[in-house]
Write a protein that binds this ligand. Structure first.
Ligand code: GLN
Length: 182
């Protein structure tokens, strides 16, 4: 998705690789495993430092969990990177209803609704004052948020070819790169 939008995208695994990018996507997956590996491979602090310094980050699903300051239904000892002033509940839609799709109006992204795919998805249970809510389910639950350089969604826009979130993220990356010329 990022390459299709013209970005120079690459996987990052090591602290020195993390130091060399102007933006980061934390994708879906399993947040408890991401947390364990981030600590085992010594990148947790590097990531926290860059987030604290204003690095644009887009987190989808497990990535949203990693960005959250506070999580519910975490596994024992699970940590996040933090930075996003939200409380997120993992696996908020239960185990039976693992996955569903729905259309969500998100005026900040334009008129067309977002077709969102939720896969064992989390929800944002509460958000601080500096967090802008971009999207909610019909029942009011928050599933897309933004706070300065941080963007996060409960769902996976890349699965349906929805590119507006990645475009929005890349605008932040461009602004960050311009103000942090290497
Ligand atoms: N349930 C996963 C977790 O807790 C997230 C699932 C996903 O990223 N699609 O990390």
């Amino acid at each position: 998705m990022l390459r299709a939008l013209g970005a120079d995208a690459r996987p990052v695994r090591r602290p020195e690789e993390i130091a060399a990018v102007d933006g980061l996507v934390i994708p879906g997956g399993e947040s408890s495993v991401m947390d364990k590996l981030a600590r085992a491979f010594g990148v947790q602090q590097a990531l926290r430092d860059r987030i604290a310094a204003g690095l644009p980050v887009y987190g989808t699903c497990a990535g949203l969990i990693m960005l959250a300051d506070d999580i519910r239904d975490a596994i024992a000892g699970q940590q996040t990177l933090g930075g996003l002033d939200v409380v997120v509940r993992r696996n908020a839609f239960g185990t039976q209803l693992d996955s569903f799709e729905t259309d969500i109006a998100m005026p900040a992204l334009g008129e067309a609704p977002v077709h969102a795919v939720f896969i064992r998805a989390p929800v944002v249970e509460s958000a601080g004052e500096s967090v802008e809510v971009l999207g909610r389910l019909d029942d009011g639950r928050i599933v897309a948020v933004e706070q300065g350089p941080l963007l996060a969604t409960s769902f996976h826009p890349e699965v349906t070819g929805e590119h507006r979130f990645h475009e929005r993220f890349l605008q932040k990356v461009g602004a960050f790169a311009a103000s942090h010329a290497r």
